[in-house]
Design a protein. Sequence first.
Length: 296
Amino acid sequence: MLDVSPLWPADLDHIRLDTPSPRALARFYEQAMGMASAALGDGSYLVHGRQRRLVIGVGTARANPYNAFALADRAQLDGYRRFVAARGVALEPAPTPLFEDDAFAARDPDGRLAVFGCPKPGFADVTPAEGPAAPLPGRLQHVVVASARFPDIMAFYRDALGFLVSDIVHTGKADGPPGDTNVCFLRANLEHHSFAAFRAPAAASDHHAYETTGWGDLKLWADHFATLAVPLWWGPGRHGAGNNLFFMVRDPDGNNLEISAELEHLARGQPGKPWPAGGRAINLWGTVWNRDVAAP
Ligand SMILES: [Fe+2]
């Protein structure tokens, strides 16, 4: 396992979600997440707001064809491209219009693209968002996938792409030997995770998260969602892995959005923790969302 990586530092910049009706889903993000929409000319929309942006494209509901990570500068990107290519990964053109032309992508074992590049400055200046949620803090911070090929996904993001492992969850009991790893949290900067994977019966997008400035922001967001009759379906709670406060809501397609605060920081070489089965890694306060039907 790496304790240094040329991917460091990299931040989640944007994700793409597909839907049969991009305009309708974009409208949800405008109202619920305080974002503005811009048509990208191919039927897709950029939805963007305060420290948050997504591409909403035409496709199967809940598909997540790519997740895009921004590196610090071109020199880092060049070195990182060599690092990934040296691990035998086939590099593909970046599908996003939001990064400069030298961005590239790598296809994970479930067919999803991980995209790496430097943001194009022009896209930061589109029409400002309006509405009650526009000023609320919520930086797009992590994205999570579920996979039936979990060991392959974990190995790909760790070994081929150079994400550092923070905490893992395994299927063993606290007083027994560790079992199979079934959740892995990975990072490319000080924040505990910008990507994570859960073992699950089928490949799927799991959730994406917006990091706020503190517990009080969760109240502001929950009150805002209440005005739109968008219910909290999980939480509030505190994840054991990452130690962040959270709740989750769903968009009309069923994509899970997490509002988060107090996400743990880990230094570059700092090891994470292994968590036993039992659910405390997932929620210290209450109910657990278990994605792994095979887990005891
Ligand atoms: Fe999360």
